[in-house]
Design a protein around this ligand. Structure first.
Ligand code: TRP
Length: 359
């Protein structure tokens, strides 16, 4: 059996550095490792509609935003199938059968769903589609027979749910579906990069995200006003690293060679942190260092994005072709599922034979 990746994002906005260190950067590495036989990257528009039913234009407009961000980061259509979830009707059919394998109380216990219900004030009026999206996510993953799902930590409960469905399906109908492994970012900080204001959640409405497509001056402004240690008033004061957003971002982005390049008086991040904690190192100096690093990382991404923006017909064709291939794969899986469930009535005349031999 081959190694297959499936992952994706909801198209509710442009992608930001949290997506980048939490998943995008890793995907590109996995893609280029050559270790995977098939890679599917999904723009999860149908899932995004589960809590945006009244605003389809928002989802529609963000499909190309996300596709542009994908290509800009280095996802290569020659190696990865980029596709749009709603164009794969097989996913709905799989979800429909999986729904019979999951209880309402199991869905109610899903921590991600619980948190999202709170976040959206859905307590009294949860759309059924939203409530059941962990099941459709299991369909997304299993339809492609994914062995590996690279995601952020917030998606762990979805993967748990998927594995349960796979086990249950295979136990009831015979070995059919592949149980996927989750691949989390290797460092704690990349799993949950805070917003520039230090808040745990990055969100458009809080204005605390650095977008991949953001212009250099904007990035600089956001970094120079980042949340640090509120107790670090004078340069000579000792500073705290814990809860200090600038150091969190350095943990996620800084590599040893950045010191030689931008801050040669320190050998590595440990030395920089030690100096900050001792006192005598100002926030502005650390922020300028971080700015240099992030600008270097995002500059080629922004440039590639601009090039693709000039060629939207190409991006459109990439999505069309990716969706076509994804649909083929999902159809293959659906046929296996129907055969295992023995609802492939017209594949042979067994329906009649079994009726005649019934006891
Ligand atoms: N739930 C994911 C998110 O909110 C998007 C998603 C949908 C996904 N289906 C998936 C991720 C399958 C990984 C695998 O970003």
């Amino acid at each position: 059996m081959g190694k297959i990746i499936l992952t994706g994002d909801r198209p509710t906005g442009r992608l930001h550095v949290g997506h980048y260190v939490g998943s995008l950067r890793r995907r590109v590495e996995l893609q280029n490792s050559g270790e995977y036989d098939e890679i599917y990257i999904m723009i999860a528009d149908a899932q995004a509609l589960t809590d945006n039913a009244d605003n389809p234009a928002k989802i529609r407009n963000n499909i190309l935003e996300v596709a542009l961000d994908y290509l800009a980061c280095g996802l290569d259509p020659e190696k990865s199938n980029l596709f749009i979830q709603s164009q794969i009707p097989q996913l709905c059919e799989l979800s429909f059968y999986y729904m019979n394998l999951v209880t309402v109380s199991r869905l109610q216990r899903n921590p991600t769903v619980k948190a999202e219900i709170q976040l959206r004030n859905f307590e009294t009026s949860i759309p059924v589609g939203f409530f059941t999206y962990p099941i459709s996510q299991a369909a997304d993953i299993t339809a492609f027979q994914a062995t590996t799902v690279p995601v952020g930590e917030d998606q762990l409960p979805m993967l748990e749910q998927t594995k349960e469905i796979v086990r249950k399906f295979n136990a009831v109908y015979g070995e059919t579906l592949v149980e996927p492994d989750v691949l989390l970012p290797d460092s704690e900080i990349c799993r949950r990069l805070p917003g520039t204001d230090g808040k745990a959640k990055m969100s458009k409405s809080l204005g605390n995200c650095i977008y991949l497509s953001e212009e250099p001056q904007e990035i600089r402004k956001k970094i120079m006003s980042m949340f640090t240690d509120p107790g670090h008033l004078k340069i000579t004061d000792p500073g705290k690293i814990e809860g200090n957003t600038v150091f969190a971002y350095l943990d996620a982005f800084c590599r040893p060679q950045h010191f030689q390049q931008y801050l040669p008086e320190y050998a590595n991040l440990e030395e920089l942190k030690a100096h900050y904690q001792r006192g005598g190192l100002g926030d502005v100096k650390v922020k300028k260092f971080l700015n240099a690093i992030i600008q270097e990382e995002l500059e080629p991404i922004r440039a590639r994005r601009k090039a693709y923006e000039q060629n939207l017909d190409y991006v459109y064709e990439v999505l069309r072709e990716g969706s076509r291939r994804a649909k083929e794969k999902a159809q293959e899986t659906l046929e296996k599922v129907r055969a295992s469930m023995r609802i492939d009535y017209f594949a042979d005349r067994a329906l009649i034979r079994e009726y005649q031999n019934r006891s």
